[in-house]
Structure formats: C-alpha cells, structure tokens
Design a binder for this molecule. Structure first.
Ligand SMILES: [Zn+2]
Length: 282
C-alpha cells in the first residue's frame, strides 16, 4: 500500500472541523482509532469535531468522543443530527432522542447540530421530506442555541430560500454555523458569510482541475474560513486515493496558503481561531 505523504514542516494547534471517525471504512482499511489520532497528533492536529448523519451515527460520534477524547493529546468534539440523505429516517421519536443528547451537550461535548441540509444530487430522500427535516432541525438549533453544520449539494436555491426566511424573521443565530464542503456559487457564499456563516474547505480545493472551489475561497474573508477533511472521504492531494484522515487537513491549509500568498502557519493560526469561534470554544 502506498504510504501517505506527511507534511514536511512542524505545525501545531491544527483543528479538523469535520471528520467521521466512527466510519467503518477506517477499520476495513486496518486503521484503528489510536492510529488515526497518533497520525493526527504527529501532523500537529490537536482538535477534531466528529459530525453525525443520523441517529445511529449521532450516538456513535458521542461514544467515540467518550472513549478517545484526549488520546495523543487530541481533544475531540461531536455533533448530532440527521443528514438530508437520511431525512426519511426522521420521526418525532428520533427527534426526542436527539433532544435527549442535546440536553447533555456539555457532558457529551456536542458543539453543533449536523450534518443537516439538502442534497438533490443523490436525492436519497424525497425533496419535500428533506426540506421539512432541514427546517425542523434549523428550528432545533435555534431553540437550543447551537450552530449547524450545513450539507448542501445541488440544492442551493431551496436551501438559501429557507435560510433567508429565517434570517428575515430573526430566527437564525448570530453564529448560524458552517457551510461544510461548500459547493455553492461565490455569490451565495458571500451571502452566507453575510448571514454569519463560516465556510468549510477540504480535499476538493486541492484537486488539480477544480476551478470552482478556489473561486469560492476568493469570496470568503480570512475570519470565516475553516478547514476540514470529511474523513474518510475527499482525501486531498498529494494523498488522493488513500483513505482520508485528520492528519491530511494540513494539506488543505497548505493549499489555502498558496492561493492567498500566506504561510501555512498563518492559515493554521487563523482557521483554528475561526473554528474555536464557530464551535463556541472561546
Ligand atoms: Zn461529512
């Protein structure tokens, strides 16, 4: 198996804002949680947020944090919520159990509601169900005073309409959350920033033929950029083809640095501070 390339410089205090560490793909590839966290620590990653996509993975994310928080000096956080792919699984009973977890958010280290949103690319749940479940969880986030992790693909129009409506009614928080793996237009990215959103960048930014993501980045000010891996998916260059892991988030920072004419250390510094504000850790 090809070895992952490690970042040559000594970096510190890196925050991977989005990594599905409970995903079975790690185990299938012989990667234990201890290994993943050791690799993360050796790349300078000291904080990771583990997002959920349904009730089962919400429990799995909380359990991963309970078991491994602090391993190799890496601090772990998580989110709970139902992804648009899984919108059909949402029910009043599921919501009840999510709320039970949210009530214990400090103890369970839950820092956001997500991933929630709309995905018309895969259409794995009917669109009207996706919209209803998205609205419901945006409401939950507002009522429980928590940021969201937004997943949106090929559904920008409907998603932004829902957000605009809430923004107008004053039912969107001052820090509404993060647009993770942002794929909308640069104009919509600017509008999201205006509403208070952070914008998450990951592997696709480093892909050679991707012109779109760099054009989104150009429209996002320094104080709203966060970096993520979406592990075990979306592995950045130069490790594309291998299972993604939080250690690779430094390559995303490296790419942002080269696009902005800054040093990687500077980008790490500002993205970590942004992530701390996003997940309300400072
Ligand atoms: Zn994800």
């Amino acid at each position: 198996m090809r070895e992952a390339r490690r970042y040559p410089e000594k970096l510190k205090d890196v925050f991977d804002t989005h990594a599905h560490l409970y995903d079975s793909r790690f185990e299938e590839n012989g990667m234990t949680p201890e290994m993943i966290l050791r690799n993360a620590a050796s790349s300078g990653v000291t904080r990771i947020l583990i997002p959920a996509d349904n009730e089962t993975t919400s429990l799995a994310a909380c359990e991963f944090v309970r078991k491994y928080d602090g391993t190799e000096g890496v601090e772990l956080f998580c989110s709970v919520g139902v992804h648009p792919h899984e919108a059909s699984s949402y029910s009043p009973e599921v919501e009840e159990r999510l709320l039970d977890m949210i009530k214990r958010k400090d103890e369970l280290k839950i820092r956001a509601i997500g991933e929630i949103g709309l995905d018309y690319y895969y259409d794995l749940s009917p669109r009207d169900v996706q919209k209803e479940v998205y609205r419901r969880q945006l409401e939950l986030a507002y009522e429980n005073d928590m940021p969201i992790i937004l997943h949106e693909r090929d559904a920008t129009g409907d998603s932004i309409d829902i957000l605009r409506g809430l923004y107008k009614e004053g039912r969107l928080r001052e820090n509404p959350g993060v647009c993770h793996c942002c794929t909308c237009s640069p104009e919509i990215a600017r509008e999201l920033v205006k509403m208070g959103f952070y914008i998450g960048f990951d592997g696709p930014l480093t892909f050679k033929n991707n012109k779109k993501t760099p054009s989104i980045l150009e429209n996002v000010p320094d104080d709203r950029i966060v970096i993520e891996t979406d592990s075990p998916y979306l592995t950045p260059e130069p490790n594309r083809g291998l299972t993604n892991e939080p250690a690779n988030v430094v390559w995303v920072a490296d790419k942002i640095a080269s696009l902005r004419g800054r040093t990687t250390e500077e980008i790490i510094g500002l993205t970590t501070e942004n992530a701390m504000r996003l997940y309300e850790l400072i």
